[in-house]
Design a protein around this ligand. Structure first.
Ligand code: FMN
Ligand code: EPS
Length: 388
């Protein structure tokens, strides 16, 4: 399974094509819309989210609520396009109009300057339109297909916020998956800790008042996977590495951890490695889950726990210094609108990119032309792993 996305932030639409989804899998627009709407929510989002109402149009690959086995094409319209038609249209425009609208001021923390140098554009709108995190809506659409596949295999996945601007949520390791899903859904900052939620919201409000932005840490948890997904035999078959790549590729993400992550550097081995235990009922498992569900690039059968850190939003109302690419004059990069914190939305994006990597791995490991046969093979393997 693989996916491609196309589309600019203020262009007509975002397009996602997912190829390799098994035939005969239940899939509806509702499955995808639920994910898209979740990504739009969260305290700290800017005015753009009041304009957009992300709804998918499935343009291929699904019929009467089931996948066909052909590529799945999905379209999400940009409602903001109506305000940008003359700037974002595909037809040639007169050169004086073009000049007036040229973006020559690169914003610190964005792709603007590096992208302009790389592609030789002197109008940085040609960069910023595609480098915008608007594209994450298209990625969530692909992830929603993957999540539907996982749900039908009995695999549960959830993303939530652990930390915003140094305010750390209580980790609540004993919380059941359904409760995690419910609590993160109800929280305006998508965290499992109500007390921390209020403090996080205050921090976001303060940052906004100060014309500043803040970042944080998201966590994704996956339950219901057997041991042995992924492989140790080659660097590019390690599933934890594939997940790390996917998380790191989300706009503004600066690092990834599994389980206790960087804390492992500060502990002795005896306080890090998860002892192996066995019971007739559940088979092999681990006494703890410090390594976040991975050993040797493969799942251990324990919950997968992965964290990603998001830097503060780079566009600030309080301007940052930059240099114009034409005049070479120093200016202060100022803005019209921006999110002040998108960590809650990013938790949903992270959930979906992790879902995609895991679903892809399952498809790579089991026969996958027909969903019912995939499910049969997956369930049989799970049982073999339990009885090992
Ligand atoms: C859901 C989400 C929303 C974002 N919203 C904004 C925004 O409103 N303003 C902004 O400057 N950056 C925003 N970003 C971050 C930028 O897209 C990102 O920092 C930029 O493209 C540069 O990429 P890099 O940070 O990965 O290097 C957002 C990121 C995500 C994941
Ligand atoms: C549109 C989305 O996020 C956008 C990501 C983004 C950026 O620079 O990354 C900048 C903002 O867009 P605009 O410049 O139009 O206000 C965000 O709203 C979205 O998440 O759907």
């Amino acid at each position: 399974m693989r996916y491609l996305t196309a589309g600019e932030s203020h262009g007509k639409q975002l397009t996602t094509i997912v190829e390799g989804v098994p035939a005969q899998m239940p899939l509806t627009t509702q499955n995808i819309n639920e994910s898209l709407l979740r990504r739009q929510k969260g305290h700290g989002r800017g005015k753009r989210m009041q304009i957009e109402k992300d709804l998918v149009d499935i343009a291929g690959g699904v019929r009467h609520g089931y996948t066909l086995g052909s590529p799945i094409a999905m379209v999400v319209k940009n409602d903001d396009f109506k305000h940008w038609e003359d700037i974002m249209g595909e037809d040639p425009i007169e050169s004086d109009k073009k000049l007036r609208r040229t973006v020559t001021s690169p914003r610190p923390g964005h792709a603007d300057l590096n992208g302009a140098i790389k592609y030789g554009h002197r109008d940085m709108r040609n960069i910023l339109e595609r480098s915008s995190a608007r594209e994450t809506a298209a990625r969530v659409a692909a992830g929603a297909v993957a999540k539907t596949l996982l749900a039908n295999l009995g695999v549960k996945i959830v993303g939530y916020v652990n930390e915003i601007a140094g305010i750390v949520a209580e980790s609540k390791p004993e919380l059941e998956m359904d409760e995690r899903i419910k609590q993160s859904e109800e929280s305006p900052v998508r965290t499992l800790d109500e007390d921390a939620a209020q403090k996080m919201m205050n921090a976001i409000d303060q940052a906004k008042k100060d014309g500043d932005s803040i970042g944080g840490v998201c966590e994704v948890r996956v339950e219901g996977l057997p041991a042995g997904l992924g492989s140790y035999v080659h660097y590019d078959r390690k599933l934890d590495a594939k997940i790390a790549f996917a998380v790191q590729s989300i706009n503004a993400f600066k690092g990834v951890e599994f389980g206790i992550g960087f804390e492992a550097a500060r502990r002795n081995g005896s306080e890090v490695h998860d002892e192996i235990i066995h019971s007739e009922e559940t088979g092999f498992s681990r006494r703890t889950n410090n390594l976040g569900g991975f050993e040797g690039g493969m799942t251990t059968g324990m919950p997968v726990v992965v964290k990603g850190v998001m830097k503060p939003i780079p566009t600030l109302y309080k301007p940052l210094q930059s240099v114009d690419i034409e005049s070479k004059e120093v200016f202060n990069a100022s803005i019209e609108r921006s999110d002040s914190c998108a960590v809650p939305a990013a938790a949903v994006v992270m959930e979906h990119v992790v879902a995609f990597e895991i679903a892809k791995e399952i498809l790579d490991q089991f026969p996958h032309d027909q969903f019912p046969k995939l499910k049969e093979a997956f369930d049989q393997y799970k049982e073999e792993a339990r009885c090992f």
